[in-house]
Design a protein around this ligand. Sequence first.
Ligand code: 0WA
Length: 347
Amino acid sequence: SSVGDCSLALAGLRGCVSQSEPCYAGPFFKEVKRDEREEEDERSGSDSVINEGIIFYNEKIQPVDSEYKEGREYILSEFIKEGSYGEVHSAQDVNTGFKFAVKKIAMKRFNSEEVGAWSTLRSPCVAELFGVVREGPYVLLFMDLKAGSLGQLIMQRGRLPEDLGLHYQLQILTALEYLAKKKVVHLDIKADNVLLSEDGRDACLCDFGHAERLDNGGQSLSGSKDLKGSETHMAPEIVKGEPRGAKADVWSSCCMFLHMLSGCQPWTRYYSCRLYLKIASDPPPLREIPPNCSHLTFEVLKAGLQKDPAKRSSASSLKEKTARALEEVGGLVSPVKGPYAEPLYFP
Ligand SMILES: Oc1ccc(F)cc1Nc1nc(-c2ccncc2)cs1
C-alpha cells in the first residue's frame, strides 16, 4: 500500500509494538488518517506519543509492555551515516545488550516500499530487517549492525585488487539475482550500501529506501520516473525516464565495480556537470576499466554496461561470467586489509 503523509498503523496492531515470527509477507502498513489528538500529542511531546510496529528479531530486540521507545527500551549511540531518507545510528537494547543499527526517518519522507520490499527478502547477501517501529512523527527501521561498508573499504585502500573486486561483484550479483526472483529492484546500488562482515569477506546489500516492486513483466510497478539513486551509478533508462526493471541494478553494480577497480566513481574524471545528459548520450564508460584488468573482467563490464537494458546481461548471467573471471585470475588471493593504492585518477 502506498502511504502519503498520513500516519502509519499496522493492520490490527494499532498502538502496540508486537513481536512476530519473520513474516516477510510483504507490506503490512495501512493508511489511516491522523487525528487531532495525535497531532496535539506530538506537538506537546507527551509520553502518550503513538508507538507501534513489528519486531521480527524478538530474542534480541525486546519490546516491554508492547512498547519499544528510544531512550527507554533501546538507546541510540554513535551516528553511522546519512542513509536514504534518514540518519543511521548504532543502538543497543537496554534489556538484552544486543547492538543493532537504526535508521530514523521522518514520517513525511518515509517510503513504505523500504519495508514492503525489504520485508519479503531473506538471503545471506541481503541485510536482515529486524523490525520497524513508528514513534510519533518518525519511523524507525532496525537492522543488523555491520563492521562497515564497501565504500569505507575503498576509501581506506584507494582502490581494490582485481580479485577482491570480482569477489564482491560476485556477491552483489548473487543478491541482485535473488532480488530479481523476488521482483524487487533496489535502485541505489553503490559501495556505501554494501555492508561487510567483520573479516570483510562477506558483503550484503542494505538500504532499500529507493526500492520498487516489479510486475510480472519485470517493469516497476510504481511507474514513477523520478531520478533515484546516485547520479554516477544511474542507468541510461533511469536518466531518460524510460521504464525501469532489474537491469537498472545490473548497470549500477558495474558502476560500483568500476569504482572498486579504479577508486573513482565513473564519469567524474571526465565531467563535473550534471551527468544525466552524458549517461544518456555518451557511450558506456568502458574507457574507465583499468588497462591491466583481465580480458574476462573486461567482458563482465562490457556485458553489464550495455546501454540498452534489453541487450544488457541479467544479474544471473553476469554472475556466471564474474565467477569465471574470478577463477581465471586465480580466485580470491588478496587480503581484505592491504596496502593503499592510489586511485587511477586518469587512465
Ligand atoms: O536503510 C536502512 C535501514 C535501517 C538501517 F538500520 C540502516 C539503513 N541503511 C544503512 N545502514 C548502513 C549501515 C548499517 C549498519 N552498519 C553500518 C552501516 C549503511 S546504509
